[in-house]
Design a protein around this ligand. Structure first.
Ligand SMILES: *[C@@H]1O[C@H](CO)[C@@H](O)[C@H](O)[C@H]1NC(C)=O
Ligand SMILES: *[C@@H]1O[C@H](CO)[C@@H](O)[C@H](O)[C@H]1NC(C)=O
Ligand SMILES: *[C@@H]1O[C@H](CO)[C@@H](O)[C@H](O)[C@H]1NC(C)=O
Ligand SMILES: *[C@@H]1O[C@H](CO)[C@@H](O)[C@H](O)[C@H]1NC(C)=O
Ligand SMILES: *[C@@H]1O[C@H](CO)[C@@H](O)[C@H](O)[C@H]1NC(C)=O
Ligand SMILES: *[C@@H]1O[C@H](CO)[C@@H](O)[C@H](O)[C@H]1NC(C)=O
Length: 936
């Protein structure tokens, strides 16, 4: 991420230059190439293309038409000289030029060419042409079809022959321009002027053998037989509105087919293309995805009031082993590419796949109205564009499934909180990763009472209208604020949009709102900065222009009050013995601490009585806040855990994915700290009991959400060795064992669930399961080597054996050096890297006693004398050890080491181990006891 940000900023700066007025007097230093810096950045000051005619004939098989992976091309560029010059500078990478074909025509008359400098493609003319002249340049050449570096041109994608021997029947090659990375140029496909900022119109003729098809994000003008080649067809496309070359996208393919739907008032077509076989075998899945996509696009058309920017929408689902394929920049105004191997696990249940695919494509659909936007100045606008797009994504997802929006918003809340921890990093303006926070700030306006959502809509519309303007108007931060302000005009916000937003954009950190009871008739609201225990910057006291929304009673009218730097305390009238719900839609960017226990109790009662009266995201945020408060010592764990009572004991079960995700992700770190503690079984039972009802509910899931919830809960269920996990693991194993050579029944689960299930099979299946999985591992190594993730996970799952003898046998195998050892290429590092991070804790628990008993064996295989301390260090860091007894054991272990290596106690690792142990023990004495005193 760091690198990418740097590149973006770098290229932002390089990309910025202004086209100056006509100059009749050329500067001599510039022209003769001496001033290479200027030369590099100002290439196009001389020749600005306004139109390209491009003919391409990609060749996929050797034959009379040419050699495989060559692409004969012709280009005619029409443009204007801005200064008097005798040189036309173009970019052409990796193309074989036909020098004798080069022609330059000015005002209808050919201009004699002195020579062509192929490096960089400079055409030197025999005479100068005046500034402002229309020039045409014509070149024939042969481009390469790339097979490796796809961001550099037209790429023929490799298919997944390992898993699908037949996949060679299909072929696809795609264009891939990535404007945000340096070194990506139109010049790899056709000679051009490569400046990122220039816009032109384009015509493209794509000729291919009849069995191939083509697609492009321009308008298809005609399809006709190639007059030069029998059995070939020419598809002509045009882009009649000026645009940057980076937004051009096209593809040539064989054996693909599509499903279709229509969007918007004009019923524009939206198609999903995939290999014919995929479309045939998963027609239901593809059909329902395409109709969801159409739904989202129709919504966007209404939202923006136009769909003029995309005449049609085509999504290509390509199975390819090319790793980076389908990343964000391959989604360009109407023609998007996705890697199927990433988004459609082969045998996963179709219902949950559908939801995941929508999640995956939603961002790129929002982007269609903006394209891969490139606005070199001002840099800040980049952050805002990305944030508004993310906001659009929320709205698009809400057309399909509210659970998807909740997931997206909660994801952003978590990311924003992580960033806001680093208060030192005060300048969020240039940091694109802050888009998630800025998105939440846009969403915050939705919650302000009296503010109409259509104001934000009209603000966003106006903003994009400015960006779409074909003259590429720049929109500064101040202008964006003004545009939003103008859209709110008819309404009364007590402060300017600029004041509100900039109080967040220029001031990192999260507001903390304390709500209390002032007296019988008044509540009190206060704001301050939320402080983490380890807060770096305790000096910054800045607070915000903060709208705080609440309802008094459930489902009643929402009210908004404002807390500001000038008035950070406000009294609000109301019956203080009635329930008060702050941030009822979870739109506000702040944490809420209910200072009076009666306020929190009323909320808790409401959750237990009928939690569905409070929105899922609001429940999630409430839990999230309270676990954070407990971690950072604003509140007790007791308060947080009380709020979770309703999860299993309420009148109905909690079945919201976002709530469970919040609770388990917030609590699992805490839970892990108990694993080596004598009271661990109590905590385990407490948590396991909470899960039982919802596991029952999802055990035969009916909807896609239920499947996703079940898959998500599996991890914790298996960690706790809940009977649900045991039963499932046993069933899966018996299915698998019956047909060991068929694909695994685990394939039907989302890939992320696979490691935990494999682990659970070993954990619950004794020697037989261990032997079975070991055999799978050996087969895997034979087929794929040791490096694929599948093989690695299989090996990892072997470390989940809970039987001491089996586990011991496994570790011994790892420690036996090859060739006698059966685990290829693994050694003690493997234990550090994998056993310590298996999804289930059993192996970790057994490791310390194992090292004691087999000290010499482990020591000899440690590689260096750091081996054992490094391992213990890692164990301690994952909070395995938090008692004085464990500390004693570890001291004993290090004594054994001391006998082998002198001066061991001075080693850094060992110091760290003791420091961490002390922290863990102290934590257990305080927060740990707080938790133990709360649970039954
Ligand atoms: C540059 O010259 C062309 C042709 O002479 C003219 O049409 C155009 O308006 C001039 N542009 C400027 C900015 O003076
Ligand atoms: C698929 O095509 C590639 C590239 O031409 C070739 O190396 C490979 O052997 C082919 N695989 C099959 C199964 O035909
Ligand atoms: C772009 O600029 C040209 C020339 O200044 C002007 O005629 C045209 O209306 C502008 N286009 C838009 C959409 O503002
Ligand atoms: C906002 O409205 C004012 C007053 O109508 C107008 O002068 C200004 O140009 C508008 N600003 C933007 C950015 O649209
Ligand atoms: C309660 O507190 C509010 C705000 O400070 C105050 O205006 C009001 O008079 C108080 N009422 C009573 C009954 O004390
Ligand atoms: C709130 O405002 C009061 C009065 O201006 C000030 O003393 C106090 O420090 C402020 N508190 C915060 C958290 O800004």
């Amino acid at each position: 991420m760091m690198k990418l940000t740097l590149l973006i900023v770098l290229s932002l700066r390089i990309g910025s230059y202004g086209v100056e007025e006509n100059q009749t007097d050329p500067s001599p230093g510039f022209d003769n190439g001496r001033d290479s810096w200027d030369d590099f950045f100002h290439k196009s000051d001389k020749f600005i293309p306004s139109h390209y005619d491009i003919d391409l004939r990609p060749i996929f098989e050797d034959g009379p038409e040419g050699t495989r992976h060559s692409m004969p091309g012709k280009v005619r560029i029409v443009g204007t000289t801005y200064k008097k010059t005798n040189k036309i500078r173009l970019t052409s990478n990796c193309n074989e030029l036909n020098i004798s074909s080069v022609k330059v025509i000015s005002n209808g008359a050919p201009i004699p060419i002195e020579n062509v400098n192929e490096e960089g493609l400079h055409i030197n003319l025999e005479q100068r042409v005046g500034g402002g002249n229309t020039i045409e340049v014509y070149i024939e050449y042969i481009a390469k079809i790339q097979q490796e570096k796809f961001w550099k041109g037209f790429l023929h994608l490799p298919c997944d022959t390992k898993n699908d021997a037949e996949c060679n029947k299909t072929q696809i090659a795609v264009s891939g321009f990535n404007i945000k990375l340096l070194g990506t140029h139109c010049g790899t496909i056709f000679p051009c002027v490569g400046d990122r900022d220039l816009s032109s119109t384009f015509n493209l003729s794509l000729s291919s053998k009849n069995e191939y098809g083509t697609a492009a994000n321009g308008e298809l003008v005609s399809t006709s037989p190639d007059s030069e080649l029998k059995g070939w067809t020419v598809d002509k496309y045009t882009w009649s509105t000026k645009q940057r070359w980076s937004l051009l996208a096209f593809t040539v393919f064989k054996d693909y087919s599509y499903v279709e739907s229509f969007f918007g008032k004009e019923k524009k077509p939206v198609k999903i293309y995939a290999p014919k076989e995929h479309i045939n075998s998963k027609n239901g899945l593809y059909t329902s995805i395409v109709s969801s996509v159409a739904k989202i696009l129709t919504f966007y058309e209404e939202y923006f009031g136009t769909s003029a920017n995309v005449p049609k929408m085509e999504l290509f689902f390509v199975p390819t082993t090319f790793d980076d394929f389908g990343t964000w920049f391959m989604k360009s105004k109407g023609l998007n590419f996705y890697n199927v191997l990433d988004i459609i696990p082969n045998k996963e249940n179709e219902k949950s796949t559908e939801i995941r695919v929508i999640q995956h494509v939603a961002e790129s659909l929002a982007r269609q109205w903006v394209g891969d936007w490139w606005d070199p100045e001002p840099e800040m606008s980049f952050l805002f564009i990305e944030s508004i797009l993310r906001y659009m994504e929320y709205l698009g997802l809400s057309q399909v499934n509210p659970a998807l929006v909740e997931a997206a918003i909660y994801y952003d809340i978590q990311k924003a909180e992580e960033l806001d921890r680093e208060e030192r990093d005060a300048d969020i303006q240039f940091i694109v990763s802050h888009k998630r926070k800025v998105t939440l700030l846009f969403r915050m306006f939705e919650g302000i009472t009296g503010w109409r959502v259509d104001s934000l809509q009209s603000g966003i519309r106006n903003y994009f209208n400015r960006l779409w303007n074909e003259n590429g108007t720049k929109v500064t931060t101040e202008e964006l604020y003004e545009i939003l302000q103008n859209s709110t005009e008819s309404q009364k916000l007590p402060f300017d949009v600029a004041t509100i937003l900039s109080s967040f954009v220029d001031n990192v950190g999260i507001p903390l709102v304390r709500v209390g009871i002032a007296n019988e008739t008044h509540f009190v609201f206060k704001q301050e900065r939320f402080r983490y225990q380890e807060s770096i910057d305790k000096i910054n006291d800045g607070v915000w222009y903060l709208p705080v929304t609440y309802t008094h009673g459930i489902g009643n009218t929402r009210h908004t009050i404002w807390l500001t730097p000038d008035q950070n305390v406000t009294y609000v009238q109301g019956n203080t013995s009635e329930l008060l719900l702050v941030n009822p839609d979870a739109t506000g960017y702040y944490r809420t601490l209910y200072e009076d226990s009666s306020l929190l109790q009323m909320l808790q009662q409401q959750l237990e009585m009928n939690h569905t009266e409070i929105k899922p995201l609001t429940r999630a945020v409430l839990l999230s806040d309270y676990f954070t408060f407990a971690d950072e010592k604003y509140e007790t764990y007791g308060a947080a855990l009380n709020l979770t009572t309703y999860l299993s004991e309420g009148s109905t079960n909690e079945t919201s994915l976002v709530v469970w995700k919040t609770f388990l992700s917030k609590f699992s770190g805490t839970y892990d700290k108990f694993i080596s503690h004598p009271q661990y079984p109590r905590l385990k039972n407490f948590l396991s009991a909470k899960l039982t009802n919802v596991l029952d509910y999802t055990s035969s899931p009916k909807t896609s959400e239920e499947i996703i919830l079940r898959d998500y809960l599996l991890e914790t269920a298996c960690k706790l060795n809940n009977p649900h996990c045991q039963t499932m693991a046993k069933e899966l194993f018996s299915q698998w064992r019956v047909n060991p050579n068929d694909s695994s029944p685990l394939d039907h689960f989302y890939p992320a669930s696979r490691p935990i299930l494999e682990c659970a099979i070993v954990r619950n299946g004794g020697q037989e399961a261990y032997d079975f999985i070991m055999a799978k591992y050996r087969q895997g190594v034979q087929a794929d080597g040791t490096t694929t993730w599948l093989t690695r996970y299989i090996l990892k799952s072997l470390a989940c054996a809970s039987d001491k003898t089996i586990f011991k046998g496994f570790i011994e195998l790892i420690l036996t050096p090859p060739p006698s050892g059966a685990i290829k290429g693994y050694n003690l590092d493997y234990i550090t890297d994998h056993v310590l991070s298996t999804p289930l804790p059993d192996g970790r628990e057994m490791l310390l006693p194992f090292i004691f008993k087999n000290f010499d064996l482990v020591f000899e295989n440690s590689g260096t004398y750091h081996g054992i301390p490094a391992m213990i260090n890692k164990l301690t860091r994952s909070w395995e050890f938090s008692t004085a007894e464990k500390k004693k054991e570890i001291q004993e272990l290090f004594k054994l080491l001391e006998k082998k290596v002198e001066g061991v106690n001075a080693m850094g690792y060992i110091r760290q181990v003791y420091e961490q142990l002390d922290v863990n023990i102290q934590w257990m004495d305080n927060q740990g006891n707080d938790i133990l005193s709360t649970i039954p």
